[in-house]
Design a protein. Structure first.
Length: 661
């Protein structure tokens, strides 16, 4: 036992030494690993030796500096290519702002710390000890040392809560898969979401190495980022809607000129827009869909742009299509979403991003005057006004008629100085904007007579396009009231077929007779829907079965008797020249087939006689006889068509009373 005691002591001492060395080695190893970044932890600073790095004791967040531990030099000690080369990812181009205080537009949560100056710094999002890992499938599959997980830009949304709540703040939609995101977007540096084609913050923004302002993945001053996805809207560039060309000094709601925001940014902004559709301008009161356009095209804007004038096509109204919704033109609901049961808006006829329909020609239109074939129209309106006919289907018969001025007056110009070949047949009489008056009238109004008569006399005058078809000095009276009170119910039903109009050309019962009471200027043949078959696009001479009449006036006097039912009894009698003298002609050389039964004795237009609009030569009478005798003797006289029906005494004796006693 005595000999063994020294050996035991020696063993115990050896074990203690080994244990102490092990603990020291473990401590030294751990400190050495951490000191790769935490250089202030090195024991060398605790000696009297002079070091290359100045001693800065204390916690980084406790100081008024970012500290050595999070300086670029420390990061570069590994990320200069020794471990991983991040110089062209993190420090090139633009990056998220650091060492600035958060603005009022962001809310930084407590678990994302700020510096001692309450500023954002690298450590706000990053930590070498962070738990957040990059989403699966991220570039290189490397951890980004986030403080929190960043799945589908969830780390961005923690501070940028306003942008994350895009529905409330009128921002660009997130986590939506509207269409396939292009590969070019990811080539520019976008980060894909976990679900394919879903938009996340990092679809457009790149925290480090962003080439554009606002850390956009690419410089967007030419809207390259926008058009990477919105390829169909790219055609706007170089047109009159590219405000860099047309209104270079105009600013959007964020006080950016188009040269700063890009051509798309002149009207749209991705975050905190003024209204729906990411609208970047301040619309006036009223319907949003039209006010969006009127922010530039309204008469109060002061811009040198195309205005719509006091008389313009109505908007926010139901389509006038008689059968179904237009097939090629969109209608819109109140939320500016396409809806077949929606309403007509500016965007129904106009595609504001494309100068000419079905054209992607990359040409500047700054100094190019538009017409019906372009002007941002969805459908070209020449040569046969298909844009108008898409909704106004009941007017299509005009194309095959004499009111197609491309046939009858191809050189005639409307208020805009366009011929029908440029404006389309509808444009000869109607223009959608800056019209001369109601009904979108496309010709200057003379200011004489009633409004409706002026519409017709714009062409039907001695120097007009229809100078060969005048109404003369004696014609059926217009702008006169018509009372239906004395008509029976059956006859009342007939008169409602012919419309009466007020002074604004609105149909209204018990109003006035105007040209349009008898004529439907869009339909050559009454009660016929659709184009005229075998039309040769040549001037056609009309008769009482055509001539834009609302009702045919042959073989029966249907048109006249609608208002003059008491005179319609002449049909089929011997005073119906269709029965007794079908070859006889009136003063205009018209047979009864051409003039109608009533036209044999009365002329609606171009009558030679004011009295009763008499259509035949006055018969012979003596000075003592009444002028009414002259009307009867037009036929009942020698050499006339009723010479075998001449009464012995032409006139009932005057002053003779009849006694029935």
């Amino acid at each position: 036992m005595t000999r063994a005691t020294p050996c035991v002591y020696i063993f115990v001492i050896f074990a203690v030494l080994i244990s102490t060395a092990t603990v020291s080695a473990v401590e030294m190893s751990s400190k050495r690993d951490c000191a790769i970044c935490h250089v202030m932890w090195l024991n060398d600073f605790r000696t009297d030796k002079q070091t290359l790095i100045e001693w800065q004791p204390g916690n980084v967040l406790m100081k008024d500096t970012q500290g050595v531990v999070s300086s670029e030099e420390i990061c570069y000690s590994c990320h200069d290519g020794y471990v991983n080369d991040s110089r062209y990812v993190v420090w090139k181009y633009n990056q998220h702002k650091t060492f600035v205080k958060p603005s009022n537009n962001v809310t930084v949560p407590a678990d994302l710390p700020l510096s001692s100056r309450s500023e954002i710094y690298c450590g706000t999002c990053h930590s070498a000890h962070g738990v957040g890992a990059a989403a699966d499938g991220s570039r290189g599959g490397m951890t980004s040392f986030f403080r929190k997980k960043n799945v589908d830009s969830s780390l961005c949304k923690r501070c940028h809560t306003n942008e994350a709540d895009y529905l409330r703040s009128n921002g660009h939609p997130l986590k939506k898969a509207a269409f396939k995101l292009p590969e070019t977007l990811f080539e520019l540096g976008s980060v894909p979401g976990q679900e394919k084609n879903k938009i996340i913050c990092q679809s457009c923004h790149k925290v480090h190495g962003a080439q554009g302002d606002k850390i956009a993945v690419v410089d967007n001053k030419s809207s390259k980022l926008c058009t990477a996805c919105h390829t169909f809207q790219k055609d706007l560039i170089g047109t009159k809607h590219d405000l860099r060309l047309s209104l270079p000094d105009e600013k959007n709601s964020k006080q950016q000129q188009a040269s700063e925001s890009g051509p798309c940014g002149a009207c749209h902004t991705p975050h905190n827009a003024v209204g729906k559709k990411l609208w970047a301008r301040h619309p006036g009161p009223g319907d949003l869909a039209s006010q969006m356009c009127l922010t530039c095209h309204g008469k109060e804007t002061g811009y040198k742009t195309k205005r719509i004038g006091d008389y313009s096509h109505p908007v926010n109204v139901l389509s006038s299509a008689k059968t179904a919704s237009p097939r090629k033109l969109p209608l819109f609901s109140a939320g500016l979403k396409r809806n077949p049961a929606g309403r007509v808006q500016c965007l129904t006829c106009h595609d504001v991003h494309r100068w000419a329909p079905n054209s992607t020609a990359d040409i500047s239109t700054k100094h190019f005057e538009g017409d019906a074939s372009n002007s941002f129209l969805r459908i070209s309106n020449s040569p046969l006004s298909p844009l108008c006919i898409e909704c106004h289907t009941d007017k299509k018969q005009l194309m095959n008629s004499d009111h197609n001025l491309d046939v009858t007056a191809p050189d005639e110009k409307n208020l805009q100085g366009f011929t029908t070949g440029v404006s389309g047949p509808c444009g000869a009489c109607h223009i959608p904007h800056n019209a001369a008056g109601k009904r979108l009238w496309a010709k200057r109004l003379a200011g004489e007579k009633d409004f409706v008569t002026q519409l017709c006399s714009g062409c039907h005058n001695k120097s007009g396009a229809a100078k060969a078809k005048l109404i003369g000095d004696n014609y059926h009276p217009v702008d006169i009231a018509f009372k239906t009170a004395d008509l029976t119910s059956d006859k009342q039903k007939d008169i409602t077929i012919l419309p009466l109009y007020d002074g604004d050309l609105n149909r209204s019962p018990d109003e006035r007779i105007v040209c349009l009471t008898c004529h439907e200027p869009h339909s050559w043949a009454p009660e016929k829907y659709g184009p005229i078959s075998n039309y040769t696009f040549k001037n056609i001479e009309g008769d009482t079965t055509t001539s834009f009449l609302r009702k045919a006036n042959f073989p029966s006097s249907d048109l006249c008797k609608a208002c003059h039912p008491g005179k319609a009894l002449v049909d089929g009698t011997k005073h119906d020249l269709n029965v007794t003298a079908p070859q006889a002609t009136n003063l205009l050389g018209q047979t009864v087939k051409e003039s109608g039964p009533c036209g044999a004795c009365h002329l609606v237009h171009n009558s030679f006689n004011k009295l009763q609009l008499w259509a035949r030569p006055y018969g012979p009478i003596s000075k003592e006889e009444s002028v009414m005798d002259a009307l009867c003797r037009s036929c009942h006289s020698r050499g006339s068509i009723a010479e075998n029906k001449i009464p012995l005494i032409a006139t009932h004796p005057e002053g003779k009373l009849i006694s029935n006693a």
